[in-house]
Design a protein around this ligand. Structure first.
Ligand SMILES: [Zn+2]
Length: 130
């Protein structure tokens, strides 16, 4: 058997530890995850506020591997969305040394039932230069 696999660590490859849902018990959730052998969590940001909280949190919790992004389900109106997307790109540029990567961007048509929201998603993706 491959010894590298035996010594492999488990990670949570996508979670939202800095969503409001964990404000009351984030410390306990992280402790329970570490106690069962999860070495790290790749924590995704969905909007500017969550991106900032994750980056700050990664300084407090070595368990947290921070990713920043802007999820298409978070878009609210064209003008505000474009400004926020530009803010997220600036945030990533300013903090790239402390971020592991970009997450939660892309095209997600699950709730985009016509061309208008799909066009906005494409416009935002172009701001990310993808
Ligand atoms: Zn997610």
């Amino acid at each position: 058997m491959n010894m590298t696999l035996i010594n492999a660590k488990m990670v949570d490859a996508h979670c939202h530890l800095f969503s409001d849902a964990f404000d009351s018990d984030r410390d306990e959730v992280i402790k329970r995850a570490e106690d069962i052998g999860i070495a790290r969590a790749f924590v995704m940001g969905e909007d500017p506020d969550e991106n900032r909280r994750i980056l700050e949190g990664s300084g407090k919790y070595p368990f947290v591997v921070p990713f920043a992004g802007y999820h298409p389900w978070k878009f609210e109106g064209h003008k505000e969305t474009i400004r926020e997307a530009e803010d997220v790109v600036s945030f990533i540029e300013e903090n790239h040394a402390d971020l592991a990567g970009i997450g939660e961007i892309g095209l997600d048509y699950f709730h985009a039932e016509n061309e208008e929201p799909r066009a906005l998603q494409k416009e935002v993706l172009n701001i990310f230069n993808c």
